[in-house]
Each structure stands twice: as C-alpha cells, then as structure tokens.
Design a protein around this ligand. Structure first.
Ligand code: F6R
Length: 607
C-alpha cells in the first residue's frame, strides 16, 4: 500500500514523478504529493484524494527541480487529508514512506521533547524528524539517513531528500518493496518496476535491510550490516503498454475479458508438450514428497487456495491445510516435519503472506509461490515459483489473477496426484485435456455478460445478497460475495449451501437475492434442497449452472445463467466469470469506482 517514486536527473522531474505515481495509484489513492529540491531548498505540493487532484494543484502552482520524490497514500495512521499527505518534511529533509512505523509514538515524544514540532498524525513523519535530528547533531547526509533506521521498528520502504543536495536520493527498505531503476543520465526509485516501466526496464531490487544512495549515474547499496554490496541488475518483464485500458471502460471489465488469453498462457506454461502431462518444474519434488501441504494466502487468493484444497485432497489424497496469512503468522501453527507450503498471491508482496512465507522458510518447509508478479519479494524468497501468467492486473478486484491461480492449482493437483502414484498417466491426461478447454470455455462464459447486466439491478436494489454453493463451489460463493462487496459496497454473504439452515436463513426475506453456484455435479441435488428452503422463504434465486443444471432450476427461477458444459476441474474456474460480471455490472449500475474501490488498495504491503 502506498506507492513511492523518486527521480534524480539532469532534467526537470515533476511531470515524470506524477507519471510514475499514476502507475502506482492501484496501491492507494487517499492522497498524493511530490517534493523536489531546487535553488530554494525543498518544495512540496500535496493534495487529498487521487493523483488527478495533485495534478490540478501542480497546474496551478508548478514546481521544478531535478531531484524529487513522490507518493500516493493508502492511509493507515491519520486521516486521509491534506495535512497527512506525503512527502513529510522536517527542516531540510523530505521523506515518502510505505509501511508502518510501530514505535512512532515513543520516537515522536522523544523528538518533541527536543523541540521538534509535528505537523501530521502519521507514523511516517517521525522519519523526517529523526533524519533532521541527526543532521542537527552534525552528521553528514548519508550517516544521518542511515542512523535513522537504527531506531525504527516496523516495516518501511523510504525514499528521502536530505539536505540541500539536489544530486542524491536516499532509499531504504525493510519489509516493504523498493526497486532502483537505471536510466541514461538519471536514476529512479520506485515501489515496483511497473511504476518505472515508462522510464527504464533495468532495475535492481533492494533486499531486506538494504539502503541505497542514488546519484544521477550510480547507486551505492549497503546491506543491513552497512557493508557495500552488489545487487544484480535485471531486466523487468513488465511492458508499459500492457497496463492501458484499450477499448474498455474500466480495467476490471478489460481484465474479466482477458481471461481466455490469461488461461491459455497459464495452461501452456504447465503443459509438457511431449507427454501431455502437467509440467511442474522445480515445484514437482516439493509437491511429490511432502507429507502434508499448507496453502496460505489472503482475500481472493485465499479462496483460490480453498478450491485447491478440494482438488489436492480429492485427486492426490494429500492432506491440505488452508490458512489466512494474517491468522497463520500469529497462531503458532503445528507444521509438518516434511511439509510443503504454497503461498498464493497476485502481487507477491502482501505483507501477511510474505511474513507467513518467511515463517515457513525458517521452519524448513519447502516453499512454493503461486505468483503473478515474477519479480516480487515472495518470488525471490520461495524455493520454487509457479507463475500465473495473467499479465498485469490493475483493477483492485482480483479477476484474471484468480482464475489463473485456479488453473495453476488444478494442474498442480493433477501433476501431484500422478507423481504420487495416486492417478494413472491416462487419467491425468484426461484431466489435462479437459483443462485445455479453459480458454474456449472462458470465451463462451463471457457471452453471459448481457444477462449479468440485466440481473445487476436486482443486486443493486437489494438490502443484501447471499451467494451459496457446495463442495468446490463453496469457496466460489465466498468469492462471489467478496467481489460484490468490494466493488459495490453492498452487504453480501457467502455460505456453504448446507450451512444456511444453521443460522443465516433467518436473514432471508421476501425478495432477498440468493445467487446459487451449482453446475451439475454429484452435489447438485443437495444444493437444490437448500435452494428450496430459501425459495420457500421468499428468496429470489439467481442460478449459475450448466445446461444439465438448468433443467433442475427451470421451475424454480426465471434467472438462470447457463454456462457451457465444464468437464473435469473446469467448473469452478469458469463459474468465477459470471460472478465477476455480476459484481462489475452492479458496480457500474451504482456508479462506484470499481477499479479503485474506496478504502482498498491493490497491493497490501502493511499488516
Ligand atoms: C479481492 C482482492 C484481494 C486480494 C488480496 C491478496 O478482489 O483482490 O482480496 O486477493 O489482497 O492479494 P495478493 O493476491 O496480491 O496477495
């Protein structure tokens, strides 16, 4: 959360700072600001709300300089107002920060006693005051910057302007990502390589505890012990162009429609062309030999893990525990001696998932990241990476990343079953053949979009909506509810269909929409019984099913979204599409900003 950009150049930097910031808006949009050093020292412009507001401020009162930092905020400490917008300044120091400084209150009190006056309610401002405090004590700029981190507890990525020097940017990371970009006659820092994509693809990833002194044509990186170190310069794979909306109105709409391609790319990466069996790369031995699997993630990625549990247990007979990362890391989990942990994450930067991964690394589990961002922190620290090839996902709501995660988990479950001798090669091939149809099935599933648009007003006008499913469609019900909540701000609940009668059925009133995800499988009959129970109490049923399932629903509701027949493990993957479309069109009807819903950020790099 929060995006950081910094540029040191021999050209003016303001416009490009804002351009880089725009590409980080997915990380937060509570306020934005920039600071540059010029002949007058540090000058800042800030604004509450989105980057467009900052742009208006800059249009009215431009600032120029050849060295600057910029920030887009997702508020943690202090209201999302102008006063709390970054960069924060103390004397000749300006900083931008992503993360949380846990001991900021103590530090603030100490510094206040020495005469420092604080202008914000943020935890971050203390960083600027600490650096200035060290300058006041006579330290040079670099020492003052470095000394500050000896006192900070918590997580941070920081970029700073220190003193009157307009030739140097200072940067440091601990717990939050930061990259250094190499241009020609200029250098950059950014929260991710994507922010720097318009300027350079040559990047260096700072590692935990690293600090960097960035000059126009050079960078000096030190590790946490203060030793100068060399970090490899890589070519980032993200193309600037992939993040445009094209002909779509919203990124969410575009990304829903990109699923056929995303699934095709992802499937191709896991198919052994010679044997037609899953090819799991260096994850294969970790999956084959583990006594038990642990699958850890947050939000939608956790729901992908939950679907994966049904597949791994059902096909490979391997016990899988699923855990929400924020719960896992603090509950002293009993971990298997010879276990493998899977971390599922679009961004690969989610703070809780990253911390859970480090916990498992320390506990000597094999670790596998199922990740969309190949250069992310989790990718760099797990034993094996299984990429989801969904391409950059900009809309805050996970759509194509979710179905790509499911495709990877499906191939992994089949591959694991076969490697462990739980499934014959022929059976495995049949499963893979079914999954190969995913791109085509996704394309067909997208044709229900007009129907979803027509149903959206029912959801938009409802006090609350229920989503129900059984078996592998239960996590899909949770996902349908999560998607609707986050982009429309309407109350929605997901339940296991069989669980309704144990309490939640009390909430069903005349006209309450109940979205039932029930393609034909061995549990369809059971789900229909739950449907009868809610229909008898006045619920308006919206069924997501296939041709055979539609037969069962036709006397029970007029709202039947019919998907193509979905063989093998395709069902939950394809069923996600109408759920996404329902959420998208309901948000559209209500006029919410579904690409950047309130209070949310794409990459949650704080606890
Ligand atoms: C919901 C959504 C979030 C993310 C969650 C994990 O649509 O996008 O629930 O799934 O924040 O993020 P990653 O996958 O980046 O770890």
């Amino acid at each position: 959360m929060c995006g950081i950009v910094g540029i040191v150049s021999n050209q003016p930097v303001s416009n490009r700072l804002v351009e880089g910031l725009t590409r980080l808006e997915y990380r937060g949009y509570d306020s934005a600001g920039i600071a540059v050093v010029n002949g007058q020292g540090i000058v800042r412009r800030r604004s509450p709300g989105k980057i467009i507001n900052l742009q208006h401020v800059l249009d009215d009162a431009p600032i120029e300089g050849t060295c600057g930092i910029a920030h887009t905020r997702w508020a943690t400490h202090g209201k999302p107002n102008m006063e709390n917008a970054h960069p924060h300044q103390a004397g000749n120091v300006a900083i931008v920060h992503n993360g949380i400084i846990e001991n900021f209150k103590i530090l603030r009190e100490e510094l206040a006693r020495e005469g420092h006056v604080f202008a914000t309610q943020t935890d971050s401002e203390v960083i600027a005051h600490l650096i200035q405090h060290h300058l006041d004590k006579g330290m040079d700029e670099e020492s003052a910057f470095l000394a500050c981190f000896e006192r900070l507890e918590g997580a941070y990525a920081v970029a700073a302007l220190v003193g009157k020097d307009n030739q140097t940017l200072y940067a440091a990371r601990h717990g939050s990502p930061l990259v250094v970009g190499f241009g020609t006659g200029e250098m950059f820092v950014g929260s991710d390589a994507f922010a720097l994509a318009p300027f350079t693809k040559r990047v260096l990833y700072l590692e935990e505890g690293d600090s960097a002194v960035v000059k126009i044509d050079d960078v000096c990186v030190r590790d946490k012990s203060g030793q100068v170190v060399t970090r490899e310069i890589l070519t980032a794979s993200i193309s600037a162009v992939m993040a445009e909306k094209g002909n779509y109105r919203h990124f969410m709409e575009k990304e829903i429609h990109e699923q056929p391609e995303a699934l095709a790319r992802t499937m191709a990466a896991y198919m052994d062309q010679e044997t037609d069996l899953p090819s799991l790369g260096n994850a294969a031995p970790l999956l084959k030999n583990a006594d038990r699997l642990v699958a850890i993630a947050c939000g939608t990625a956790y729901l992908a893990a939950s679907v994966g549990k049904y597949w791994f247990e059902g096909l490979a007979g391997v016990h899988v525990e699923t855990d929400i990362a924020s719960e896992f890391r603090y509950r002293t989990p009993a971990l298997p001696q010879n276990g493998t942990a899977l971390f599922i994450s679009q961004s690969g930067e989610t703070a809780d998932t990253l911390a859970a991964m480090r916990y498992c690394n320390r506990a000597n589990l094999g670790t596998i990241g199922v990740l969309n961002a190949p250069e992310s922190s989790i990718a760099r620290e797990t034993n094996a990476v299984m990429r989801t090839l969904a391409g950059p996902e900009i809309g805050v709501a996970s759509t194509k990343a979710f179905t790509a995660q499911l495709a990877v988990l499906a191939m992994s479950a089949i591959g694991t079953a076969q490697l462990r001798g739980h499934m014959s090669e022929d059976e495995a091939r049949t499963h893979v053949k079914a999954l190969e149809q995913l791109p085509e099935l996704a394309q067909k599933a997208l044709t229900v979009k007009d129907q979803c648009e027509a149903i959206a007003p029912i959801l938009a006008g409802a006090k609350q909506t229920f989503f129900i499913g059984r078996g592998v469609y239960y996590p899909l019900a949770l996902e349908g509810a999560l998607k609707l909540k986050e982009v429309t701000y309407l109350p929605a609940e997901g339940y296991a269909a069989g669980e309704l009668k144990h309490g939640p059925i009390a909430l069903i009133e005349d006209g309450t929409p109940v979205v039932v995800i029930a393609p034909s499988d061995k549990l369809l009959e059971k789900t229909i019984s739950s449907v009868e129970e809610v229909a008898a109490r006045g619920a308006k049923i919206i069924a997501i099913t296939d041709e055979a399932g539609a037969e069962q629903f036709k006397d029970r509701t007029e709202h039947i979204i019919v998907l193509p027949d979905m063989p093998g493990l395709c069902g939950p993957i394809i069923s996600a599409i109408p759920l996404q479309l329902l959420a998208y069109y309901t948000a559209h009807k209500l006029g919410t900003n579904m690409d950047q819903p309130r209070n949310l950020a794409k990459s949650v790099t704080v606890e």
